[in-house]
Design a protein around this ligand. Sequence first.
Ligand code: BTN
Length: 225
Amino acid sequence: MLVKKVIVYDTVSSTMDIARNLEIGDVVVALSQTSGRGRKGRSWYSPRGGLYLTIVTEKMTPCRAVTLSSVGVVQALNSLGIKASIKWPNDVIVDKKKISGILSITTENKTLIGIGVNVSVENFPSGINATSLLLQGVRVSAFRFLFLLLKNLTRLYSIDQHELFEMWKSYVDLKDRKVLYDNSLWEIVEIDDECNLVIRRDDKTLRVSSLDDIKLIYYDEDMGS
Ligand code: BTN
């Protein structure tokens, strides 16, 4: 079972900090965070109006955590009539702007999946290319979205990983994209079975994972990688 208990806080430093001491099946939710964390050491803008949660699951591969969480968010948005795509590996994009970000961390025996969703955030600091459900014309509470998200995640958790992977791939938008790596532009060849990007430049081919500590930037946008 993915979700056994949901613990709700008003404000925390980061739901990732609280989740660290919880058990598999626990979900920690906050209505704002004072030190929200993003991928690659970035911070996550976490004002009231957003939804911030971390799900504690049994240990998963990075690919399973990426596919489960991002497909769950996309399908929860779809159920409210919002069309979304995934910017590899797991940024959820609406109208070319980020609406949700996901950070997963695996420890010795569990995986923490942290999800931030801009539910009714109205303004973002300059430099953040983001949108929210509210800015897309959908007015729901953070709790309503939490319910939809957990419902979708629970359903997806029980389906075969290959099927989930294929669903994820169908949402990943790689059209017209190139990767800036090592100060050069690389072409994207494909996504392999472990959710890595296979990139090519001249006669050199590389496999890059979202967990690799490498500089990987989409060339045509400035939303980070
Ligand atoms: C990213 O896009 O860089 C990932 C953002 C992840 C944000 C969520 S909000 C809930 C959880 N707590 C955090 O501090 N971060 C994750």
